[in-house]
Design a protein around this ligand. Structure first.
Ligand SMILES: Nc1ncnc2c1ncn2[C@@H]1O[C@H](COP(=O)(O)OP(=O)(O)OP(=O)(O)O)[C@@H](O)[C@H]1O
Length: 556
């Protein structure tokens, strides 16, 4: 519950629109109650009146038309304002969540699967955006209508008022309270089962080709089936609880109706109330319970909303892996130096131990080493994606922990091992490297990455669409497109992590030989398993046991 309330400040920003939506909801229901009241009274009165001349038809019928019109217009307005505020809340929630997510990526929790994250960012946020409106609306509406109706009964049929008030209080507070107690557990299971299904689905879509190749589709299908059945079970249980609550509210409405009828017949006998008015009251009593039915429907979703709030808040509350300093200093030019750095993802098992390295401006250095020796880890530290447990990394003598990350990343560009191709055109993908680059510069980067001929062969050239994760490209083409993006960056230090992954041997040699020309005047740090051609780098260092050792260049 506190998790849910912690989102209140976001919702408060839209309090005006939410208030309007609530007001229109109250007006709609009030007009509905009044409409049934007047209609019941009017029809009965008209039926009982034999001498039609003595009965004023005009007044009630125009009141009915007026109330119908009010109901239609307020319902329309309520939907319009309600949807508008819901979409605004959705966008505010998403914006808020993404703003908190970005500084926390890569997420420290290794338990958080891709599908689960997607689930939190979509389904959980969707559950949250309507919660205040769908919960607050019916509560307030039912409270107002219930109070109004009780007051009306006190005036017109006092004997029936306590029974009605009791039934209304039970429907308004008793049933929802019991439902909330049950729905918390059911809602949590619903959200978790839904996330599990999403995880299973995304895992199987991602690994579809391998599952087909290894004949694992049947087993994967069974797992998926299990997750789907779990969700179906959770939905059934949740729906059952909701239905039971709805039935209880209907039963309370019935009791209230019978009670009012009972007292009404007695009052009719005593001539304390007229027949038409009693019929009107009975219909109004029925209509007034519409609000409590709405309340039960939204309360049934309450458990899921609380769980969703906890899951979304859990992301937002993770400590960011890296934060900017409170008083950042300017990042000077100069050599990049790694000073006696020790780092391990698990501090008890350091990947890098007391490692030192200095790269002067314009120098090109290759780092080689066995798989798992820590090359990518070292490059990640240079970009301050993690902070070392001991030692420091400095640029021009300034510790990179004392500068803004954005300033550092403007100076160091990375081609990571898993650099992504984004959904969009070739141009979109390149522009990430430098947004203001003109076509000539884009083509120059493509030439340097040796992918210009391929892009030229595409009918749309720079505007050719490349699918999600580069699905319309070969692995080598995707890699070269990412390389062109890095070359386009104005950064003066370029960091390449296995840049030749996916290229054949001949292309690999060509690529590394071209690297020197393509990166002229900039520092290059290159982690690679490939054979390094002569002249491609100034120095080669081998990483082993967490330390760097110079390797003699053999000239091929
Ligand atoms: N996010 C992570 N969490 C925990 N351990 C990690 C993480 N990333 C890497 N490691 C571990 O750190 C060690 C160094 O990994 P790293 O990726 O730096 O090696 P590498 O030399 O780049 O290997 P490769 O040449 O295969 O890319 C490995 O033992 C790896 O299991």
């Amino acid at each position: 519950m506190t998790a849910l309330l912690s989102f209140w400040p976001l919702f408060r920003q839209h309090i005006g629109r939410m208030g309007l939506a609530l007001l229109l909801a109250v007006l709609t229901l009030a007009a509905g109650v009044a409409l049934l009241w007047v209609s019941g009274w009017f029809l009965t009165a008209a039926a009982l009146t034999t001498a039609a001349a003595s009965f004023n038809l005009f007044g009630p019928s125009s009141l009915i038309r007026g109330l119908s019109l009010v109901r239609i217009l307020s319902r329309y307005g309520e939907r319009l304002v309600g949807h508008d505020v819901t979409l605004r809340l959705l966008s505010a929630l998403r914006g808020w969540l993404f703003a908190r997510l970005f500084p926390r990526v890569p997420l420290p929790s290794r338990d958080l699967r891709h599908g689960d994250l997607v689930s939190r960012l979509t389904a959980d946020v969707d559950t949250l955006d309507t919660v205040f409106l769908t919960a607050l609306g019916p509560i307030l509406t039912a409270l107002l209508i219930g109070t109004g109706m009780t007051v009306g009964l006190f005036v017109l049929l006092p004997a029936a008022a306590p029974l009605y008030a009791m039934a209304m209080i039970l429907a308004l507070a008793g049933v929802p309270t019991v439902l909330i107690l049950f729905s918390h557990r059911l809602g949590a299971e619903l959200v978790e089962a839904s996330a599990a299904l999403r995880i299973a689905m995304l895992d199987r879509i991602d690994g579809h080709a391998d599952l087909v190749a290894f004949g694992g589709l049947a087993a994967a299908g069974q797992e998926f089936d299990k997750a789907a059945k779990r969700l179906a079970r959770a939905r059934r249980r949740s729906a059952r609880a909701g239905l039971l609550a709805a039935a209880s509210v209907q039963a309370l409405a019935g009791i209230a109706l019978v009670g009012v009828l009972w007292c009404g017949i007695e009052a009719l006998r005593q001539a304390e109330i007229g027949g038409p008015l009693l019929v009107g009251l009975l219909l109004a009593v029925l209509a007034s319970f519409e609000a409590t039915a709405m309340l039960v429907r939204s309360v049934a979703k309450f458990g899921a909303a609380v769980t969703s709030a906890e899951r979304v808040r859990a992301i937002a509350q993770m400590a960011p892996a890296i934060s900017d300093p409170h008083r950042p200093v300017m990042l000077p030019n100069g050599a990049l130096s790694v000073n006696q750095v020790t780092f391990g993802f698990d501090p008890a098992r350091p990947v890098l131990c007391d490692l030192s390295l200095t790269i002067s401006a314009g120098e090109r250095v290759a780092i080689i080493g066995e798989s798992g020796s820590g090359k990518s880890t070292l490059l990640a530290l240079l970009l301050r994606l993690h902070d070392p447990q001991a030692g420091s990394i400095a640029m021009g003598g300034t510790d990179i922990r004392t500068v803004r990350q954005a300033d550092l990343h403007a100076r160091i560009a990375l081609l990571s091992q898993s650099a992504p191709v984004f959904l969009g055109s070739v141009r979109d993908n390149l522009s990430i490297g430098r947004a203001e680059a003109n076509d000539a510069e884009l083509w120059a980067a493509l030439e340097a990455a040796r992918i210009a001929d391929f892009v030229r062969s595409l009918p749309e050239g720079l505007d050719a669409f490349v699918g999600e994760a580069g699905r319309t490209l070969s692995v080598g083409q995707a890699r070269r497109l990412c390389l062109a993006r890095v070359l386009l960056s104005p950064a003066d230090i370029l960091v390449f992590d296995e840049p030749t992954t996916g290229l054949d041997r001949a292309m690999e040699t060509d690529f590394l030989a071209d690297l020197a020309a393509a990166t002229q005047g900039r520092s290059v740090i290159l982690a690679t398993h490939a054979e390094i051609p002569e002249g491609a780098v100034d120095r080669v260092l081998a990483l082993a046991d967490g330390r760097l050792m110079p390797v003699e260049l053999t000239g091929g």
